[in-house]
Design a protein around this ligand. Sequence first.
Ligand code: AMP
Length: 179
Amino acid sequence: MRTLQGGRTGQIKIDVEKPLSQARLKILAANRFFNMSKVSEILDNKGAMVLSVDINESVLDAINLMAQVNIGAVLVQEGDTISGIFTERDYLQKIALKDLSSRETRVGDVMTTPVVSADPSDSIQQCMETMTTCRCRHLPVVNDGKLLGIVSIGDLVKKMLDEKEAEVEHLSQYITGTY
Ligand code: AMP
């Protein structure tokens, strides 16, 4: 083991017994290992259940469903078509602050449309960028017009933290030579 000066930040230990090409291969393998997760992997764990309400149901029906299942958004359906999305924020801004009756208001009148969606092959980072751009915290995942599930910002953050934990583990194994 030779110790090299690593500049201002201190010392970096490098296992010089391993050929450089092998080390490079490991770095390439590690790069492939990192940032690999696709949004479809979240759905594999979480399942494909998507809750929706009919466009003609009341806002009260929608928030009752959201409260029962402890979720922050429901999709709004018109027949077989997803017409919009209704979230806690919609309730706050379009019903509560406007002093409208949730019993009297049709969810179709206060939903957001069009719905922004993700592709199952999108990476976690791409989904986060989409959410940041559309200032939303929920993304239905759609493939060829078929609804596969829905992910929230919480699902993405959890997956990212799991990935980072695996990344740290992977790097420490590499640095200590147990990789
Ligand atoms: P959220 O942060 O998800 O509660 O949503 C904030 C606002 O964006 C609300 O008006 C939602 O109806 C809307 N919204 C949430 N998700 C989406 C989406 N996937 N596509 C379009 N609008 C959305």
